[in-house]
Design a protein around this ligand. Structure first.
Ligand SMILES: [Zn+2]
Length: 337
């Protein structure tokens, strides 16, 4: 395929969304590609999305266990009432994830050199039309895996990691709604995550990543909206500015005092514009914060120059989101650190 190209890195894929330019109404977590000079949201247009599973297991997880755990993760996304995506298991295959054979392939591969990468999703995209041709997910067999219903100490929960990667496969980028702490070993441990699409996994043995949160639901529903979603949910939009200039790469969080739920997005153009879709109608507290210095590359390519030099701030009043409409653009001013 000469006019297609495989995008392996999630960070790169997200950065391409940013390259899509200021004319799109970006919602938080969507991937995009630049095709023939135009930004195109990365999404599947033919349903169901058929996937295949590599017919190889690892210690503790046979090929049938792998397929069953993947099936549960696919079913979880498919069950969201406000999103219309569908998936179908096409069968086992000898193909490996990462090969351009035209099948969406999920399976184990050994990559011991990627000692911090549990799994990764790749896309094959038509660079002329922006159409998504293929997406593969590899699970790194250099780690220990489990499919036990209540988890297993020292082993990563395959279903949780699969849910995150299938989110990518479906067109979602990373969410910043989570907190980590630095460990003595130099790694980071997740303390709390308000999104399955948070870029760092829970520790081995933990199974709390099997359930999408409000931010994930809003993200997938925005890419594959049902009629109910379009009618019943609303959006909150505006600009983040500093000394009169737009701020690129600010994290904007909408928090509902009524439900305690959070949905977030980034300001994604030089004017500092953002849009958070998929919100239940009602009042929201809006908070803006810089990306944590240590994790900028989980969200943007270095060349994108996300601005992290400002203090976190709240918008001065509650913002009311209407059903089926937008809040009307608000401007949130931040000040340098
Ligand atoms: Zn990820």
């Amino acid at each position: 395929m000469t006019r297609s190209r495989r995008i392996w890195s999630l960070v790169l894929a997200f950065a391409l969304a940013v390259a899509g330019g200021p004319h799109e109404a970006f919602a938080y977590l969507k991937f995009g590609v630049l095709a023939s000079g135009r930004g195109v949201t990365l999404r599947w247009t033919q349903m169901p999305v058929t996937y295949y599973v590599t017919d190889h297991g690892v210690p503790g997880v046979g090929a049938a266990d792998l397929q069953a755990a993947l099936g549960r993760a696919f079913a979880t996304w498919e069950a969201l009432p406000t999103a219309s995506i569908q998936y179908r298991f096409g069968g086992f295959t000898e193909a490996l994830p990462g090969e351009d054979e035209g099948l969406n392939t999920l399976g184990f591969r050994s990559a011991p050199e990627l000692d911090r990468v549990l799994a990764s999703t790749s896309f094959l995209v038509d660079t002329v039309t922006g159409a998504l041709l293929e997406s593969d997910i590899f699970f790194n067999s250099a780690f220990q895996w489990s499919v036990q219903s209540s988890g297993q100490g020292g082993r990563f929960d395959l279903e949780s990691i699969a849910l995150h990667e299938i989110g990518h496969m479906s067109g979602l980028g990373h969410s910043m709604l989570g907190e980590t702490e630095l460990q003595a070993t130099g790694g980071r441990r997740v303390i709390a995550a308000e999104a399955v699409m948070f870029p760092i996994a829970f520790s081995a043995g933990n199974v709390s990543g099997r359930t999408p949160r409000a931010d994930d639901v809003a993200g997938l529903s925005d890419v594959y909206p049902t009629g109910d979603f379009t009618r019943d949910k609303g959006s909150l939009s505006g600009r983040v500015t500093k000394s009169g200039q737009g701020v690129f790469g600010a994290h904007v969080v909408a928090f509902s005092p009524a439900t305690g739920l959070m949905v977030a997005n980034f300001s994604l153009d030089p004017q500092g514009r953002f849009s958070i879709a998929g919100l239940s109608p009602g009042p929201y507290v809006v908070r803006v914060e810089p990306i944590d210095d240590a994790s900028v590359d989980s969200f943007f390519q270095a060349s994108a120059n996300a601005d992290v030099d400002f203090r976190a701030a709240y918008f001065e009043r509650l913002v009311v989101v209407p059903a089926g409409g937008d809040s009307g653009a608000i401007e949130i001013e931040v000040i340098p650190k």
